[in-house]
Design a protein around this ligand. Structure first.
Ligand code: FNR
Length: 410
């Protein structure tokens, strides 16, 4: 059996979400996401199952549990998937500069973001259709996020309504907005999210049209009968779609993406939104400058996980210019390709206030529901602590370009 087969059999053995966590006994030893300052301890037992020790293991394990269509939907990028790969490769090309003999016995990962205190600067990126990955869908994701102490950004395209997610999630939620052609409906959706307790609004601006995705085309991607974008139930669907049953992917995107959206639309949202408005999907420094000028409260540097315009740069490559362009006026977050604790410290060193992960927690969800989501976050968090310690940086505010080995291209 090769490594992938072993992981796949393990995933099969894990069975449904009702099974106890296979590695629960290891949990007692892991440094929890800190309620107070924390530090990694090499003497503690390894935090996870020996077969699922890092985020990439979860991808391998998830592949054994999912249909080809569902796996491809999560894994895919646009067109030749060059940007998808570049998001990862660019992290590999950045080297860290360690420091020795710094007192790292206490590490503090708390960070302030848009008036909120986060225990650590890692959030769950919005992703559509969690029920494709696990029968409990977004409810399981929210439970995992709460258990690990992370903020979850709920997608407009969740298969569970924002109200139902908020009812079970005792932890912080943000809402991701796809601006609809029906602007009245858009406003109602924002108000529903605010009423449900979401603390920030991420308006996704990189998707006026869907990206070219060959895997979806080949797999004839569709939502299984009975699975719908729950937040959009009252939205009028184009006549060629059956809103109640199987929605063709392209049909969903037609409803969701308003190619007419411009800065005026963002200004309009700013007038009624009661929570901070963040633009998700900016790479171009000129757009970052405009975002500041239009008074938004934050930016997520994102290429949609390489799913929209292929051959754009990796987000870690675009980040420094966006940070520079925003001039310190608003916090800059980033996502795309974060798989290791060292990736998190690199992003922070290049000016990100926090990072988001997408696919890794979806793989965790597929492998073991809420427990899998929790584990993925804990693994990444622990790796991040280790990277902080070995770079000699005990606090988030201490992380700067000094942790990067000099490279004049950055
Ligand atoms: C996404 N992403 C996304 N973004 C968004 O604003 N609204 C959405 O509904 C979705 N849906 C979605 C589904 C799936 C399956 C994936 C993989 C991604 C993009 C997501 O928020 C994030 O930008 C990327 O996933 C980050 O890259 P990594 O961490 O997956 O490499």
């Amino acid at each position: 059996m090769n490594r992938r087969q072993i992981l796949q059999s393990l995933a099969t053995l894990l069975g449904g979400s009702s099974l106890p966590l296979p590695h629960a006994r290891h949990f007692s030893g892991i440094t929890p996401p800190p309620q107070q300052a924390a530090s990694p301890d090499a003497t503690q037992p390894h935090p996870v199952s020996p077969h699922l020790v890092n985020l990439l293991d979860y991808e391998d394990a998830a592949q054994g549990r999912l249909s080809k269509m569902a796996f491809d939907y999560v894994a895919e990028g646009a067109a030749d998937e060059l940007t998808l790969r570049r998001n990862r490769e660019s992290f590999s090309g950045i080297r860290l500069k360690p420091r020795v003999l710094a007192d790292v016995s206490k590490l503090d990962t708390q960070v302030e973001l848009l008036g909120q205190k986060l225990d650590f600067p890692i959030l769950l990126a919005p992703a559509a259709f969690h029920k494709l990955l696990h029968p409990e869908g977004e409810i399981a994701t929210a439970r995992g996020a709460v258990a690990a102490g992370a903020t979850m950004v709920v997608s407009s395209l969740s298969t569970t309504s924002i109200e139902d997610i908020a009812n079970i999630a005792s932890g912080p939620l943000w809402f991701q907005l796809y601006v609809q052609r029906d602007r009245g409906f858009t406003r109602e959706l924002v108000q529903r999210a605010e009423y449900a307790g979401c603390r920030a609004l991420c308006v996704t601006v990189d998707s006026p049209v869907p990206g070219t995705r060959y895997r979806e085309m080949r797999d004839e991607f569709h939502l299984p009968a009975g699975m719908t974008p729950a937040n959009l139930k009252s939205l009028r669907m184009p006549s060629n779609n059956d809103a109640g049953a199987t929605l063709a992917t392209r049909g969903i995107y037609n409803v969701l993406m308003d190619p007419k959206l411009t800065w005026d639309g963002i200004d309009a949202i700013r007038t009624y939104a009661k929570v901070p408005v963040i633009l998700k999907g900016i790479l171009n420094p000129e757009d970052a400058r405009l975002a500041v000028a239009h008074g938004v409260h934050g930016i997520i540097v994102s290429n949609h996980g390489g799913r929209q315009l292929d051959t754009v740069p990796a987000t870690i490559e675009a980040l420094p210019q966006v940070v520079n362009s925003a001039g310190g006026h608003i916090p800059i977050l980033m996502d795309g390709g974060i798989r290791r604790g060292t990736d998190v410290i690199k992003a922070l060193a290049l000016g990100a206030r926090a990072v988001l992960i997408g696919r890794p927690y979806l793989w965790g969800l597929a492998v073991n529901g809420a427990g899998g989501v929790e584990q993925v976050i804990r693994i990444l968090y622990r790796e991040f602590l280790t990277a902080m310690a070995l770079c000699g940086k005990p606090t988030i505010s201490a992380i700067d370009r000094e942790v990067l080995w000099p490279d004049h291209s950055l």
